[in-house]
Design a protein around this ligand. Sequence first.
Ligand code: ADP
Ligand code: ADP
Ligand code: ZN
Length: 210
Amino acid sequence: MKLIFLGPPGAGKGTLAAQAVRMLRIPHISTGAIFRSAIGAQSPLGIKVAAIIGAGKLVDDATTIALVQERLAQEDARTGYILDGFPRTIPQAQALAGFSVVDRVINFDLSDAAVVERLTGRRVCRNCGVNYHILFNAPKREGVCDSCGGELLIRDDDREGAIHKRLQVYRDQTAPLIDFYRAQGLLVDVDARPPADTVAAYFKRAAGLD
Ligand code: ADP
Ligand code: ADP
Ligand code: ZN
């Protein structure tokens, strides 16, 4: 199954994708995670995108499209994948249509106020990338990852200024994809407000898995 997870930052796409890939045995491809790992490794890509991402802006389409095209060409993505955070612009969606045919687009619906609440409380393991929330999904020990013992950090772009910029970018550049995919009959809406387990149940129904 080839799925796109669409929705505002902090809607819970990454959290659900981590669960869904265990169930579906397909790779979770998060462009944000790929960029963050490049930044951590200080690779040429990481050096190019660090300031853009820290400011809550989008990496340019050409760079992002090339990255995804290359990733989808790998063997493990042949029969299915979850694309999380891509496409984020109409040109990215048009490019994707040229090299892969998606089955469904899951649209995570969440208000701006809830987005801010989720992003300001998000903590990410420096070591393994697992997500926590200080209120909604707290680690057993404050500041420490349950699964690997790594240190939990606040992402640079989860600070107040960048959050508002990201919401604006989402509205201007990414939200138009909702109509783009709805018009193709591919879009399924999922209410992202309830606790993660409930959202997971909605997702199963939306993806035709139950
Ligand atoms: P979020 O938690 O907001 O969904 P992501 O982890 O998906 O964040 O992305 C983090 C950042 O990486 C984005 O704010 C953007 O700067 C960059 N990024 C990720 N995916 C894309 C994309 N498809 N196009 C352009 N920039 C991207
Ligand atoms: P995205 O990948 O869409 O940016 P994340 O999966 O990183 O979103 O979730 C954003 C934050 O909200 C994280 O701190 C995560 O633990 C928390 N979160 C995810 N899903 C839910 C949910 N259904 N209810 C409450 N908090 C959630
Ligand atoms: Zn960890």
